[in-house]
Design a protein around this ligand. Sequence first.
Ligand SMILES: [Zn+2]
Length: 285
Amino acid sequence: MKQTKKKIEFDKKFYIKWMVIAMTAIWAAIAAVWLSMHNWDAEESMKAVARAFTEQPAETEQQAPAEEEAPVKDEQTATEETEQPETQPEEQPEEEAAPKDATVYPDIDQLPAEPTVVNGILLANKQHPLPETYAPGENAEARAAFDSMAQAAAEDGLQLVAFSTYRAFDRQKQLYEGYVAKDGQAAADRYSARPGFSEHQTGLAFDIGEAGQEQHWASASFGDTAGGKWVKENAHNYGFILRYPEGKEQITGYMHESWHFRYVGKEAATAIYKQNLTLEEYLGI
Ligand SMILES: [Zn+2]
């Protein structure tokens, strides 16, 4: 009897002992799984335990990330839109937010009454035409700057000439119509401006070439000559920029013109040159 009672007691102790061990192991396993579910972050796991007992906050926590995704998407859209000219309202349909092609003339019935001036810089391109009556003549400051540049180039053995500067509205009209008759409007629009849209009407655009190198005047080949390279590298020191750089046709509206320079003043010209920008990009339009 004693022995049996002892055996039963022993068995009881044995079971309790193993029960405790088994329970501990199970809880340890549950804790491990729980921790692994929360990136092995003890603090996060404890918070999750707390949430598990107060179900409601847990749900709002789970909803939070989904709600956060929406503003991120909005931000991306906003970034894309800020690249477009100025403040476009978010409600605008996507088709209208498509990148603008600056080579395309706007659908307008008449030229504006005033020229466009941005941050003190006169702007004339296919999107910003000049009034028909705008006739300032060749800009004296630009001419003086060109003369200084030509003098510096002469010291390097290069005889620069400005073979075309100010062009009146009527003169541009005559030229453009001639080009259209010769090459058709689509081609003419790539290398010439419609009257009212030419930068030459501002009196600030200088077509530059070398004396005795007339075969390169108004030709892409000017960019490969010693004179063309010199002007491209030095023009900003005199306030001029290469107005229609290579690969920027969609921004400036015109194909690359190695000979067409625009006077904007030294400060703007240097910034534009150093940052490899177009006038449109520099002005943020
Ligand atoms: Zn020109």
